[in-house]
Design a protein around this ligand. Structure first.
Ligand code: NAD
Length: 319
């Protein structure tokens, strides 16, 4: 797909971050958009930003939808057909995602399954629902956002990362298996797999909100338990840290994730769209993602050994 002008794109998780920036860049090129998110205020702000900069005649519709709920996804799909007066779409960006469910052993099962449901079933339900519309186009492209955690199930030596990694590996496997399936059965539809490294976004606060957690300043003692465990795993004497100090540390961690990243969401969205234009099926986002990919391909057996994990700063990852 050489140009996005006059195409129709569906973007999930467009309320903030990379989804919002994909929407803004596509709207500026004159691509019609049907954006969704589960957080309605953020979604409304994205629509406003898109409307401000969209090329003349560009239609931007917004749809509040939880992608982990198939009935909501089917309603979203019906609304897109009606509001865009269309029987097809050209682009599906399966971008929505959250963290959480870090430890298979210690995290609450409900949180683990919610993370997996958003990060895997969100991609699956949207692909099922919108595939007929992609097939009905003359030029279709499905863009699935996985992560470096789609080829490396880890964040560093001191933290478990199980639900997210499991889902992102599933997104990678699904996307790669579609390459041959689409070539055989629908060669006019392409697929890209997006694997970002660290991108500065609000995924931390959004994740807390979507899991129903209060903001860091309002976490009670019970809710701080997993964060204390995380500190202890990092080698800190967590018993010497007050609840107030711990709340401030969590907020600082999320602020640093947003503000001290090697790549902004704007830059990441540009890399993703350039990759789609060039019909690249494998889109690594950021120098950290490229470096990690190379290191793991060089020595896959070592990928979870401590000496490897201690080299994370060499890849531009803080761990
Ligand atoms: N930021 C990073 O460093 C990074 C790295 C690798 C992969 N990713 C992936 O990139 C994608 C975009 O994340 P981001 O970093 O821009 O974070 P973000 O939080 O800014 O964007 C994700 C969006 O998805 C929405 N969302 C969450 N659950 C949803 C649901 N059930 N239904 C609909 N919308 C939902 C959120 O409200 C949010 O607007 C995610 O899939 C994430 O896992 C991010």
């Amino acid at each position: 797909m050489k140009t996005f002008k006059q195409k129709i794109a569906v973007i999930t998780g467009a309320g903030t971050g990379m989804g919002r920036e994909l929407a803004r860049q596509l709207a500026a090129e004159g691509c019609h958009l049907a954006i969704c998110d589960v957080l309605d205020d953020n979604l409304a702000e994205t629509k406003r930003l898109c409307d401000d900069t969209a090329a003349a005649g560009t239609l931007v519709t917004m749809h509040v939808c939880d992608v982990s709920d198939e009935s909501q996804v089917l309603s979203y799909c019906e609304a897109v057909k009606q509001q865009h007066h269309t029987d097809h779409i050209n682009l599906l960006f399966n971008n929505a995602g959250i963290g959480g469910g870090d430890s298979f052993l210690l995290s609450e099962r409900k949180e683990w399954e919610r993370t997996f449901a958003v990060d895997w079933f969100g991609v699956y339900y949207c692909s099922r629902a919108f595939m007929p519309l992609l097939l009905a186009s003359s030029d279709g492209h499905i863009v699935n956002t996985s992560s470096v955690n789609g080829f490396w199930a880890c964040l560093g030596p001191n933290v478990s990362h199980t639900a997210y990694s499991t889902a992102k590996f599933a997104v990678k496997g699904f996307s790669e298996s579609l390459l041959v399936d689409l070539r055989l059965n629908a060669p006019h539809v392409k697929v890209s797999l997006v694997m970002p490294g660290h991108v500065g976004t609000n995924i931390g606060p959004n994740t807390m909100k979507i899991h129903g957690s209060p903001i860091p300043a309002d976490l009670d003692r019970e809710q701080l338990v997993p964060y204390r465990r995380w500190l202890e795993n990092q080698g800190h004497a967590a018993e010497n840290i007050s609840d107030a100090e711990l709340r401030a540390m969590i907020q600082q961690y999320m602020d640093d994730f947003m503000n001290n990243a090697p790549l902004t969401a704007v830059q990441a969205a540009t890399i993703i769209l350039d990759g789609v234009r060039a019909n690249r099926w494998r889109i690594l986002v950021g120098n950290d993602a490229h470096a990690l990919d190379r290191a793991i391909r060089d020595d896959p057996e070592a990928a979870y050994d401590l000496p490897f994990l201690e080299r994370l700063p060499d890849f531009g990852l803080s761990g």
